[in-house]
Design a protein around this ligand. Structure first.
Ligand SMILES: CCCCC/C=C\C/C=C\CCCCCCCC(=O)SCCNC(=O)CCNC(=O)[C@H](O)C(C)(C)COP(=O)(O)OP(=O)(O)OC[C@H]1O[C@@H](n2cnc3c(N)ncnc32)[C@H](O)[C@@H]1OP(=O)(O)O
Ligand code: UBL
Length: 235
């Protein structure tokens, strides 16, 4: 099929437009910068997941695959100029199952989480994440535990099963007890699953707090700058 000669002109014009418009928006509009950065963040994770899937698939669904995801995600903080400072990591019990509880501000939590994620540790995630394309499949292969928040009974059954296997399979579980993202500077009342889990399995709870992102990131204001500190405290 022959392409209409004028079509090349249109393509060229569009290309030039993008070449000038995108950098102009990037430098002049903080909101546009926010959207580009978030779009790249999600897109990059989806792309990395495509690379991770065949490597993880060799083992099948296995918590050891989380090491692969972690290694593949660690560089993202450099792309975004985010310095992650970890304090008190020595408080992690050395070699036993436990439940990590942590605050949940945004999907950027993934960066802090990957920085300190202990070996054989799997997060509990909302079921919808399973359908997030390649990222969902990569999470499944790495043993992420999915729960349906709308069906409390089902979620409790899943967590009770986890309590039973925590000790036998020597795994740690990472729970965001607020149950959803919360970026308003305070913490939401905790859901109780993480605590039932720890009591049922008779394992310690390890609390982790990621400091507020307000200095460099605010979804409401569409603001996402870089170079600012992002601390993690474990006490
Ligand atoms: C290289 C490429 C990589 C690509 C891959 C990308 C990513 C990298 C990989 C991994 C990272 C993944 C990161 C994922 C992060 C995802 C974060 C989230 O999805 S957060 C949302 C999901 N999490 C949660 O919801 C937290 C857990 N929730 C709970 O624990 C809840 O308690 C609940 C079990 C869901 C129930 O919630 P509900 O709203 O009903 O409220 P309550 O807590 O008040 O509970 C009601 C009632 O039930 C009792 N209860 C609760 N749990 C139990 C239990 N286990 N056993 C017995 N009873 C239980 C509770 O006590 C209440 O009763 P009562 O009022 O009588 O006390
Ligand atoms: C073909 C389908 C393509 C779907 C594209 C989906 C894009 C998703 C891309 C990358 C995923 C990045 C992984 C981020 C992991 C963090 C997940 C997260 O933060 O989930 C939110 C959840 O805690 C709470 O949800 P709500 O605040 O209740 O809502």
């Amino acid at each position: 099929m022959e392409l209409w000669p004028g079509a090349w002109m249109v393509v060229l014009l569009l290309f030039l437009l993008l070449l000038f418009v995108l950098p102009t928006l990037w430098f002049c509009s903080p909101s546009a910068k926010y959207f580009f950065k978030m779009a790249f963040y999600n897109g990059w994770i989806l792309f990395l997941a495509v690379l991770a899937i065949p490597v993880c698939a060799v083992r099948g669904r296995n918590v050891e695959n989380m090491k692969i995801l972690r290694l593949m995600l660690l560089h993202i903080k450099y792309l975004y100029g985010i310095r992650v400072e970890v304090r008190g990591a020595h408080h992690f019990p050395p070699s036993q199952p436990y439940v990590v509880v942590s605050n949940h501000q945004s999907s950027l939590d993934l960066l802090g989480m990957m920085e300190v994620l202990p070996g054989r540790c799997v997060p509990i995630a909302k079921r919808e994440l399973l359908w997030a394309g390649s990222a969902g499949l990569a999470c499944w292969l790495a043993g992420v535990i999915f729960i349906d928040r709308k069906r409390t009974g089902d979620a409790i059954s899943v967590m009770s099963e986890v309590a039973q296997t925590l000790l036998t399979q020597d795994v740690r579980v990472w729970v965001f007890p607020e149950g959803t993202r919360n970026h308003n500077g305070s913490m939401l009342p905790f859901k109780r699953g993480a605590f039932h889990l720890a009591v049922q399995a008779q394992v310690p709870i390890v609390p982790i707090v990621m400091s507020s992102y307000q200095d460099f990131y605010c979804k409401k204001e569409r603001r996402f700058t870089s170079g600012l500190l992002f601390g993690i405290f474990n006490f």
